[in-house]
Design a protein around this ligand. Structure first.
Ligand code: AMP
Ligand code: GLY
Length: 417
């Protein structure tokens, strides 16, 4: 099988590595990729938003499958354009990607599908905004309707801040505050059938103890020893299956990865958000644990053939990933500094994201520079490996959280199967 992977982040680096492990894979190409992905794939310098050029590339390469990593090309309709010329694509159509692209659309679908989520109002006027804030009270949750690269959501006790954030967007979703731990749980769908992955937890704030501003994600781990043992079944039943059925009934089937961001509240699980693609950095802890060969799996999903599949297979290992972020990330990340030490790492995997080669030397080129994944029999062991490895990497001003998976990897850690 010949595969073209779209994207250039740590998620795509982990996808490239896992795709390579599938014996069915013959050729792997990536656009635009990064220096880490180059180890597994032939790179093509085409931007993820150049839809026409990507379709031409996929045709020229005669690939059997395109796997789309990031959300922007999906919302732009890349998957539609690829399918139009007969290329099997893992990634939803623009209409279906609206589950991520529009918070209001996602709420409507959840409402119609009976999927549990926070009660909400979609507001376009000042009066509606004020009334919604007063209905729910503090803490206020205000979300811009469109794609906002992680900057669209504000959760605050300060009514004025909530108002200020709401006024920045022509359409906002205001919803009730959900208490309880957050879990990321993904499903792989062919539009009709959906297979659940294992749960992971992401760390969104920049600093230890969840201090500081929101980021794209500073680390993740899987499995979750503390989560209810039926969380996968419950999420399939209450969230993933009804959403896939609703999208199909609307004639906009969702083919690709459905990312459910969940809050485990005292009243049961609730969807906080949907994404239409693999999470980053959750993918860097999930794929190292996935035993089901990935390229064939994504091909069956892209071609409507998941119906006969058994549930996905997983190793009993635990995985922890820690993101190395550039100085001043997430505000104004510093770029262009040399990164050293990666080649000295033996017991962990490095997934590159914001990197580029300059005169043959690896340099930083983005806010989240790379992530380091440790895998072990327990979270404690996986964590140790990740932290020992990341300490060997040098990059001026770089920072990372010290508490990824710390609370979950207590001595009494209970293994989940
Ligand atoms: P989102 O982009 O929708 O995932 O929101 C970003 C972050 O804001 C989430 O990961 C949560 O930590 C927080 N958040 C979003 N919606 C809610 C909510 N209804 N209640 C509490 N926290 C929320
Ligand atoms: N880890 C959060 C995201 O991928 O959106």
């Amino acid at each position: 099988m010949k595969v073209l992977l779209i994207g250039s982040g740590g998620r795509e680096h982990a996808l490239a590595k896992a795709l390579r492990l599938d014996p069915e894979l013959e050729e792997l190409h990536a656009a635009p990729g990064n220096p880490g992905i180059a180890e597994y794939a032939t790179l093509h310098e085409v931007d993820v938003e150049s839809t026409e050029l990507l379709v031409k590339l996929a045709e020229d390469l005669k690939v059997d499958l395109v796997v789309v990593g990031p959300e922007k090309p999906l919302v732009n309709g890349l998957a539609d354009s690829l399918r139009k010329v007969g290329i099997a694509t893992f990634g939803p159509s623009a209409m279906a990607a609206n589950l991520e692209g529009s918070k209001d659309f996602a709420k409507q679908v959840m409402h119609d599908a009976g999927v549990p989520t926070a009660r909400s109002f979609t507001c376009t006027t000042k009066a509606e905004i004020e009334s919604a804030l007063d209905t729910f009270g503090a803490p206020y949750v205000v979300k811009h309707d469109g794609l906002a690269a992680g900057k669209g959501v504000v959760v605050t006790n300060d009514r004025q801040l909530a108002l200020d954030h709401a006024y920045l967007s022509p359409r906002v979703v205001i919803e009730e505050f959900l208490d309880g731990p957050e879990v990321s749980l993904f499903g792989i769908s062919d539009g009709t059938t959906i297979l659940a992955m294992q749960p992971a937890q992401d760390f969104k704030r920049v600093g230890d103890g969840d201090a500081g501003p929101n980021t794209g994600g500073m680390g993740a781990y899987s499995p979750l020893p503390w989560a209810p043992s039926d969380i996968v079944e419950l999420t399939l039943l209450q969230v993933l299956k009804p959403t896939i059925a609703e999208m199909k009934a609307r004639d906009t089937p969702f083919v690709g990865l459905l990312y459910a961001g969940l809050a485990l509240t005292s009243r049961g699980l609730r969807v906080i958000e949907f994404n239409a693609r693999f999470g980053d950095p959750e993918t860097q802890v999930l794929l190292p644990r996935l035993l089901t060969p990935l390229a064939s799996l994504l091909y069956r999903a892209a071609t409507g053939n998941l119906a006969g599949d058994a549930p996905l297979e997983w190793s009993d290992d635990a995985a922890v990933t820690v993101v190395l972020a550039a100085e001043d990330y997430p505000a104004t990340p510093r770029v262009g500094d040399p990164i050293t030490g990666i080649s000295t790492i033996e017991n962990a995997d490095v997934y590159q994201a914001g990197t580029k080669l300059q005169d043959g030397v690896l340099h930083s080129a983005g806010g989240r520079v790379l992530s380091v994944t440790g895998v072990g029999a327990t979270l404690t062991e996986a964590r140790l490996k990740a932290y020992e490895a990341i300490a060997k990497i040098s990059l001026r001003g770089a920072h990372y959280r010290r508490d990824i998976a710390l609370a979950a990897s207590t001595p009494s850690e209970i293994r989940e199967n």
